[in-house]
Design a protein around this ligand. Structure first.
Ligand code: CAO
Length: 408
């Protein structure tokens, strides 16, 4: 079976997480992604290593299904080869610090000149303005995009979330931009620039918190467990703060992840009262309606917890789902990596690697019926130099020299 992006070629100058998470998805959708690295390689090949002298899991889990070439973009010969490569690609993706590509001699105007059909995707920390020239990492984007100030307990400090919304969240936004640009090119014949700032991507994911910021002007946020409100959306622990109240309640035997997140929709209240052994609360005017429960959500979840603490989280999941009550046990990373259903959905995938042996990675969450994803290992550094430089560009005679001169 073919792949959705068959024939689309990506020159991938991304590194660390945000950019590679984007180009890995393009590769899974069928694009030919050629990762161009400095001769020393993407820094993450060597970061957080679990095995000596072997590409780290950080690298192998973000660079599957790509090919790797090396090229020293600071050498004249490297710049010349890059200029020859560029017309052969549809997309150039990068997430260098601000100005790095320009310092290599390739501002957007020059890229367009070399290949007017090129889609140039760029990830930076920030948009235009006072922060344009600042570098950024995951938690910096969480801090400045609205996530940290709204995550945590009211009495505690702002917290970072484990979900990589600044990096991989930006990566997936960039995928959307690239695909839209590819589609527009079908009509215009022209490429264009796609830019996504990590701060903007996080803010997009924190949209509902700006909803609540504006609601605050009209009074306290009743769906929040907080008692006092200032002029900013407070941290509200595990409260969803949305239209349907939710909270994480503890289960047996009381371990760090023995919790289940329970959401109480209007229709769920009656079966919950039966399950927790308090059927009289179903019709009690003090408890019967969502409005009546709104000022005692903490007490409501306490009643549910008094029941759930006597049962394991999987048992609670089954009992609540028997009544169509939305809930989710808190799964540890160990439980996730061992989960049969995630493996059956190709979301936890085992991949063979020539140097590290088998490793486990997270598969593609986007499922297309006519474009199945086969997760293949990440490339070794420069593994495809011959493919590209000798077979494609015909640089066979120079190939050995390029290596000895440190150009590749
Ligand atoms: N050949 C020669 N040099 C190369 C090269 C190549 N193929 N590829 C990269 N380089 C050089 C660049 O030219 C640049 O050198 P100069 O600064 O001298 O011009 C340098 O390597 C890379 O710079 P950088 O700023 O990208 O890297 P850094 O480690 O200093 O910063 C990061 C890393 C992530 C903070 C920065 O890249 C950044 O802010 N990126 C944008 C935001 C982003 O994507 N962050 C995601 C972080 S993932 O957690």
């Amino acid at each position: 079976m073919g792949k959705a992006l068959e024939g689309v070629r990506v020159l991938d100058m991304t590194h660390v997480q945000s950019g590679p998470s984007c180009t890995q998805i393009l590769a899974w959708l069928g694009a030919d992604v050629v990762k161009l690295e400095a001769p020393g390689g993407d820094v993450t090949r060597k970061q957080l290593r679990d095995l000596p002298d072997v590409d780290s899991l950080y690298f192998t889990m973000l660079n599957c299904n790509k090919r790797s070439i090396t090229l020293n973009m600071k050498s004249d010969e490297g710049k010349q080869i890059f200029t020859e490569l560029l017309p052969r690609f549809d997309i150039l993706a990068e997430n260098f610090g601000p100005g790095a590509l320009e310092r290599m001699g390739f501002p957007w105007e020059r890229l367009q000149e070399i290949n007017p059909r090129l889609i140039f995707a760029s990830i930076k920390g920030f948009g235009e303005g006072p922060y344009t020239h600042f570098k950024a990492y995951e938690v910096v984007a969480q801090a400045m995009g609205g996530s940290m100030s709204t995550t945590g307990l009211e009495e505690g400090p702002p917290l970072a979330t484990g979900a990589q919304i600044g990096d991989s969240g930006t990566g997936i936004h960039t995928v959307a931009g690239i695909l839209a640009a590819l589609y527009q090119r079908e009509h215009t014949g022209r490429g264009q620039r796609v830019t996504v700032a990590m701060q903007h991507a996080v803010l997009n994911l924190c949209r509902v918190k700006l909803r609540d910021q504006q609601r605050l002007a009209h009074g306290p946020l009743k769906e929040y467990p907080n008692e006092e409100f200032g002029d900013t959306v407070p941290r509200s622990g595990n409260a969803s703060g949305g239209g349907q109240p939710g909270w994480a309640v503890q289960c047996a035997p009381g371990g760090p992840n023995d919790y289940i997140y329970v959401i109480v929709q209007p229709a769920g209240w009656e079966p919950i009262t039966k399950l927790i052994g308090r059927p009289e609360l179903a019709d009690d005017p003090e408890w019967a309606t969502p409005e009546a429960r709104l000022d005692k959500l903490d007490k409501m979840f306490q009643l549910i917890e008094e029941w759930s603490i006597g049962h394991g989280k999987w048992e609670v999941l089954a009992k609540l789902n028997a009544h169509n009550i939305p809930c989710g046990p808190i799964l540890s990373t160990k439980e996730i990596i061992e989960d049969d259903s995630l493996a059956a959905n190709d979301m936890v995938v085992r991949v063979e690697h020539p140097e590290r042996g088998e490793f486990t990675t997270v598969g593609c969450p986007i499922k297309l019926s006519d474009s199945p994803v086969d997760v293949e290992r990440s490339p070794l550094l420069g593994e495809h130099n011959e493919d590209i430089y000798v077979r494609e560009l015909g640089l066979g005679e120079k190939f050995a020299d390029l290596k000895t001169q440190g150009v590749i």
